[in-house]
Design a protein around this ligand. Structure first.
Ligand SMILES: C[S@@+](CC[C@H](N)C(=O)[O-])C[C@H]1O[C@@H](n2cnc3c(N)ncnc32)[C@H](O)[C@@H]1O
Length: 255
């Protein structure tokens, strides 16, 4: 029976075989990998991933799609977890000793930011993540200081991961086509993220980027003094997007 795509679940199904092959080549699944796919949908990626890995876990919210997946695939190879990826405990997926989890997915765009932050909490257990996201979101994730796209998402995720925009995917690769371009991002957790209390970093960058048109001294007034900015190596006259990760970490550590 034909599945009618559900907008509320962010369902844009990949239909372009060339794009699918490019994604699988980028992920490069290996038989022994401990891998989980978020939002398998109609299994366009799932099917190809299963040609590379011995077993695959998937987390899917749509009950109808869960039933389809359970009927279509051998339960010894495909482990279907019904539920919300935002609430799912990814550490429950068995990972052989000495290995880490690989996470992949063409993500529902309506939950991409909270999902990325949910996954950042388990980064030490993760080998890598490959996601399809809105191109504009990926550009913000990988942005360098000084660019307009550099903001809270860039600082928080760059603190945790090395990230690369791998390639851009046009709306025509999906059914139904989304309104915007998409992109594949590779995220590899940093072995030694800069020492910092995450809540303090979060509070610092939220305040810093709350008024982008102002200089940093005014943005963080009431939280940090001008002397503290200088102590963190920050010129108080700069705009928040001109300041790099290391300076934000140094500033958060003064809080
Ligand atoms: C953009 S579609 C991708 C589907 C499929 N992987 C593909 O590439 O064609 C997003 C998928 O995530 C599922 N989904 C939406 N919200 C979810 C959530 N909170 N947790 C898990 N899956 C979710 C949707 O039902 C849908 O199958």
């Amino acid at each position: 029976m034909k599945h009618i795509p559900r907008k509320r679940f962010g369902q844009n199904f990949l239909t372009d075989d060339l794009v699918l092959n490019d994604i699988i080549r980028t992920i490069n699944p290996q038989p022994q990998d401990a891998m989980v796919e978020i939002g398998p949908g109609l299994a366009a990626m799932t099917r190809l991933l299963l040609q590379g890995v011995a077993e695959l876990h998937v987390v899917e919210l749509d009950r109808d799609l869960v039933t389809r997946l359970q009927k279509q695939f051998d339960p010894a190879k495909l482990h279907v977890h019904a539920g919300d990826a935002l609430k799912f405990d990814f550490t429950q997926i068995p990972v052989p000793a000495g290995q880490k989890l690989r996470i992949v997915g063409n993500l529902p765009y309506n939950i991409s930011s909270p999902l990325l932050f949910h996954l950042a909490e388990i980064a030490p257990h993760v080998q890598d993540q490959h996601f399809m996201l809105q191109k504009e979101v990926v550009e913000r994730m990988v942005a360098e200081p000084g660019s307009k796209a550099f903001g809270r998402l860039s600082v928080m995720l760059q603190w945790r991961y090395h990230m690369d925009l791998m390639f851009i995917v046009p709306p025509t690769a999906f059914d139904p086509p989304p309104k915007v371009d998409s992109a594949i991002v590779r995220m590899i957790p940093k072995q030694n993220p800069l020492a910092c209390d995450l809540d303090k970093l979060q509070a610092t960058v939220t305040k810093a980027f709350s008024q982008r048109r102002k200089v940093i001294r005014n943005c963080v007034a009431g939280m940090f003094t001008e002397a503290q900015l200088i102590e963190a190596g920050i010129d108080p006259q700069l705009r928040p997007e001109a300041i790099g990760l290391e300076q934000y970490v140094a500033l958060a550590n003064l809080h």
